[in-house]
Design a protein around this ligand. Structure first.
Ligand code: IPE
Ligand code: IPE
Ligand code: MG
Length: 239
């Protein structure tokens, strides 16, 4: 029997795209768009639990984004550090648990320290889970997981025959995070750009032309209602 209850995704992952174009259209430097984009993150994290979404994963910097100008890369890294410092108090009070995924080893040690600090500080929060992908690439994550398992096989007696899908999942950065139900990409681009390649194997996708700095809780809510109308079959024959 078809269910009449509104379906809400438990976990929404967002490819926040279009900050640069938003700023350029207004004749402003790209970094202004990134600053405005960071404000949007806060609004969306706040709105998520009321919309029934307890897990949010956002793509902030890809393993490919190092190709951008030094000015933009440094500006973005500064923005991440400031976001953590500025929002720590509110996130603690509002029950936001913050985590990071991605390869941290290439990041400034001071930023790495801040990332560990906020993860620790918000560890017991349960209202909403915010995961930020920084220096994240799905291929890089899978290669690191493969390396980790190979090392365990070579040095710690791991039997290669026990490496199944669950074992690989557990070797990823997302080991304690559920798979996303819905992936949203803003700015009209319809590509995945190396985001959550393994985890989004059965996710639904929604693409919107809205640029990330214009992405309001209302736009978010409207996209979530479209998700509610979908029939997820997971290879079966559906309801
Ligand atoms: C997304 O916005 C944020 C990051 C990738 C860091 P962009 O900076 O990609 O914005 P556009 O795509 O150039 O407009
Ligand atoms: C994807 O956006 C990465 C992030 C949102 C952080 P990009 O703007 O870097 O992706 P491409 O280059 O258009 O594929
Ligand atoms: Mg872009």
């Amino acid at each position: 029997m078809p269910s009449t209850a509104p379906k809400t995704p438990e976990h929404v992952a967002i490819i926040m795209d279009g900050n640069g174009r938003w700023a350029t259209q207004k004749g402003w430097p790209r970094l202004v768009g990134h600053r405005k984009g960071a404000e949007r993150v806060k609004a969306i994290v706040r709105a998520a639990p009321d919309l029934g979404v307890r897990w949010l994963t956002i793509y902030a910097f890809s393993t490919e984004n190092w190709k951008r100008s030094t000015e933009e890369v440094i500006g973005l890294m500064g923005l991440f550090a400031r976001y953590i410092q500025r929002e720590a108090e509110d996130m603690s009070r509002e029950g936001v648990r913050m985590r990071f995924i991605g390869d941290r080893s290439r990041l400034d040690p001071k930023l790495q320290d801040l990332m560990h600090w906020i993860e620790d500080r918000t560890r017991n929060n349960t209202h909403v889970n915010l995961t930020v992908a920084i220096n994240y690439g799905g291929r890089n994550e899978l290669a690191r997981a493969a390396r980790k398992l190979a090392r365990q096989a070579a040095e710690a007696g791991l039997d290669p025959d026990t490496i199944d899908e669950a074992a690989l999942s557990n070797a990823l950065d997302t080991q304690d995070i559920p798979d996303p139900d819905l992936v949203i990409r803003t700015s009209g681009e319809t590509r995945v750009s190396n985001f959550l390649l393994w985890q989004a194997a059965y996710a639904e996708y929604e693409f919107t032309p809205v640029l990330w700095p214009d992405f309001t809780p209302e736009v978010f809510s409207e996209i979530l209602s479209r998700y509610g109308a979908r029939d997820r079959r997971f290879g079966g024959v559906g309801t």
